[in-house]
Design a protein around this ligand. Sequence first.
Ligand code: SF4
Ligand code: SF4
Ligand code: SF4
Length: 369
Amino acid sequence: MAAKNLTPAKIISGLCLVWLTSSFVYPIMVDVGGKAVQINAYPELYLIPLFGIWRLRTEKDPYQKRRVKWMIGLFFLYWVMIPIYFPRVPLLDGTTAKTVDAIHMVGALPFFLLMAAVVLLGKKADCGYNCPCVFDRETIGFAWRDATLKGDFWWKFRHIKWISMAVVWGYFICMLIDPANAYKTFGEPMYYYISFAYYISYLIIPFTGHRSFCRWGCPWSATWGLLNKVGFYKIKADAEKCSNCGLCERECDMGVPLRRLIQEKGQIRTTECMGCGRCVVKCPKGVLTFQDFRDIIKGYNLNHTERAIRIAGGLTLSALIFLKPGTLWGWLGVAFLLTGIFGICPTYMLLKAIFGRFKSPDRNIPKGM
Ligand code: SF4
Ligand code: SF4
Ligand code: SF4
């Protein structure tokens, strides 16, 4: 699909993508009161909220609108609140790293937590809602969505990402074998080149679509993709109901050949699907339904508002761990936060088992993450 019509949104988006790239590849320093200050540092902090508001005002699909709200909320959680509460996180090699840098760092605690989340909820736990990259691409770069390259060739091209995945896991093995030197000899150059490719990829968005790095370049996309295939997540398809109209395929920003997969496999279980839900919502015949661990482990699935309250309340309470170490309330806050993130409350499950009164929301209708 080639990009159509050069709209004002695309021009502004293009300029902002150049600005975003410059923050890494060409830092612009100015003298402020005798101190060198980088004026293009962390443009995401203002561009994501601004383009996020634009997305919320222009998005027609309520499901995607909700997804954008999740993304903006998680952006503040990840880039503002968690780094304030937890400034550093432990790494497997015995060192620690700045939390803001370590969300995807191999061997860091958040990396393993994300792995678990992807097994339970699918790649959408990161690539559909959560990754700093999805925030950028689905807000700042979104205007170029119609440039997304699709078709057989680009679907086969997806395999190129295994190369970057092999490099990342090579580093992980180095960490285990020689933890003292792994970062200097392997990790530092690797992160530099991955970051360089990541930022340069913003410049090709107008020619490839906004998720091109996610499709072809990202090592974590490949890692999460493998977990997507072995974990609980998939999109179930009722092939008999499918009229082969192709609407779902046209909606997919990851270039997934949905129609073929529906006919051949009766489900979408690929390394690419990042769970945006566009295909599920768009299908006029109701052929597609999400499935993840919440459908396997039967229990009470919290609704959207309950989850938001638990995430906000749990996060606030968990600060007590630092303000007043040893207090039980802080750990209850963490438990509350986890029930919100995963959408399941064990207390509700217990009450449901005893009294049978609590009704689970209908999981056939996508309800957000
Ligand atoms: S594919 Fe990679 S860059 Fe894209 S959202 Fe997922 S982790 Fe982030
Ligand atoms: S297959 Fe559906 S849910 Fe997955 S990325 Fe494509 S449109 Fe989104
Ligand atoms: S939109 Fe629905 S009916 Fe049309 S091809 Fe996709 S799954 Fe089949």
